[in-house]
Design a protein around this ligand. Structure first.
Ligand code: UD1
Ligand code: CA
Length: 452
């Protein structure tokens, strides 16, 4: 099956029912656009050539297509005249391609690579056309798959054009199709629009292929897999299905999720072996958690790397560029952004560590703030290995604290601190012996006088 594969992804739908300024296929599931998911699927099944069909003026969709697959070609379908017309928008890609043709939909983000491989497997077994079908809980307006007694596909009938007997069929068309044809453009070119909707139906290809002596096959998948997103409630349903699968996957790979249904993973989350994730943890894109690390409840991570054996949270926030070494501790109400913490460093309570670095084994006291922003520019804070930063310290960047140095609590550090030094920035503590008793006596007398 070393045939070259051209995948045409239909992404022209505006998605009016989303009630959104964003084109439908740019809405996200697990932190990646639906189009991004479908592009990744096409690449996973070895789609070496990709064509994306967008609607007029959809520059943002074009950009997303090229971001997901740099060598994709993007075509515009000027008028939405039907699914066959949409595929034909990519006519130039099809004409220049010698191999299989796969049609996917950018608003159907849950398809699995195995399923597409099964579809292409039907082509390997001699079918010229393979259609992905599913048993619909509610067949409604789906196209019905009409099959012969030997299981081959004889026609796809759109609901509006179907007879009562055809409407009773529960095996429905997902829309996804694969072709192995000498000349796909010839078949597509024969499709007319003499039907109830007056559209050029891609589904008519079945009867055209059969009339030419070819065989059409059906592969059946689970209905969840071909869930199409048209409105926000379906977007949420797709997210839920995607999350369910991802949780299963990370657990199968050796992570413990104490309450899996409360953990939100991103499309690219990587969890190592024996990682433990407590309840209510959210992963944005770009997070890797290495073996044996623990993410405690109610933490939010995005664009971060957590080293082996590290402990994060509860209530921690790791923002893009947070890189924690081995056995680092980041505790409650600590925010880390664009900062690296060396092996064994600790910031256990109430801190903001933004734009800088903390050396191995350094200790960051409660309430320490990296003052990284002066209202115009961001600056760096560097804390050396083994340094001890006392509680409630403000490190005004750019500033460096040398290895092994101590900073007294409550200091506002604006100048570099030498390695091994103690830096203190606060007024000297005064003490007046017996002052409290004298004060109380004086005030009690005043109050008595005022109340007379
Ligand atoms: C289509 C199928 C139907 C199937 C159903 C599954 C046809 C004729 N019918 O019906 O058998 O059960 O999908 O959801 O193919 N699109 C374009 N340009 C167009 C028309 C459609 O890009 O001119 C895209 C849409 O954005 C959408 C997809 O193709 O993503 C399906 O089109 P839609 O009009 O929704 O087809 P259905 O009537 O749902
Ligand atoms: Ca002070």
């Amino acid at each position: 099956m070393s045939r070259s594969l051209l995948t045409v992804i239909l992404a022209a739908g505006k998605g009016t029912r989303m009630r959104s300024d964003l084109p439908k296929v740019l809405h996200r599931i697990a932190g990646r656009s639906m189009l991004g998911h479908v592009l990744a699927l096409a690449q996973a099944v070895g789609g070496d050539k990709l064509a994306v069909v967008v609607g007029p003026g959809m520059d943002s969709v074009r950009k997303e297509a090229l971001a997901g697959a740099r060598d994709a070609s993007v075509y515009v379908q000027e008028n939405q005249l039907g699914t066959a017309d949409a595929v034909l928008a990519a006519r130039d890609a099809i004409a220049g391609h010698d191999g299989d043709l796969l049609v996917l939909y950018a608003d159907t983000p849950l398809l699995r690579a195995e399923t597409i491989r099964m579809l292409i497997g039907e082509l390997d077994r001699g079918a010229q056309l393979a259609v992905l079908g599913f048993e619909a809980r509610d067949p409604g307006s789906y196209g019905r798959l009409v099959t012969a007694t030997d299981g081959t596909l004889t026609a796809i009938r759109e609901a509006k054009d179907a007879t009562a007997a055809e409407l009773a069929i529960r095996l429905c068309n997902s829309g996804v199709m694969a072709f192995r044809l000498q000349n796909p453009l010839e078949v597509l070119g024969k499709i007319g629009n003499a039907n109830a909707k007056g559209e050029f139906y891609l589904t008519d290809a079945v009867e055209i292929v059969r009339a030419g002596g070819g065989r059409a096959a059906v592969v059946v998948c689970d209905e969840d897999e071909v869930l199409g997103v048209n409105a926000r409630r379906e977007l949420a349903a797709a997210e839920a299905i995607w999350q369910g699968r991802a949780r299963e996957r990370v657990m199968a790979e050796g992570a413990t999720l104490i309450a899996p249904e409360t953990v939100w993973l991103a499309f690219d989350t990587v969890l190592g072996r024996d990682v433990v994730i407590e309840p209510n943890v959210f992963f944005g894109p770009g997070v890797t958690v290495e073996d044996g690390a623990e993410i405690k409840a109610n933490s939010h991570l995005e664009g971060a790397r957590v080293g082996a054996g590290a402990r994060v949270g509860p209530f921690a926030r790791l923002r893009p560029g947070a890189v924690l070494g081995r056995d680092v501790h980041v505790g409650n109400f600590v925010e880390v952004k664009n900062a690296a913490l060396g092996d064994g460093a600790k910031a256990n309570h109430l801190s903001y560590l933004g734009d800088g670095s903390v050396g191995a084994k350094a200790n960051i006291g409660a309430g320490t703030i990296f003052c990284n922003y002066d209202g115009f520019l961001k600056h760096k804070t560097e804390v050396g290995e083994g340094a001890f930063v006392g509680s409630n310290t403000a490190l005004v960047a750019p500033v460096k604290v040398g290895a092994g140095a101590y900073i007294g609590s409550g200091s506002v550090i604006t100048k570099d601190v030498a390695p091994g030094a103690l830096a203190l920035e606060r007024s000297v503590q005064e003490e007046r012996p017996g002052w409290a008793e004298k004060f109380r006596t004086l005030m009690a007398r005043r109050k008595a006088a005022a109340n007379k």
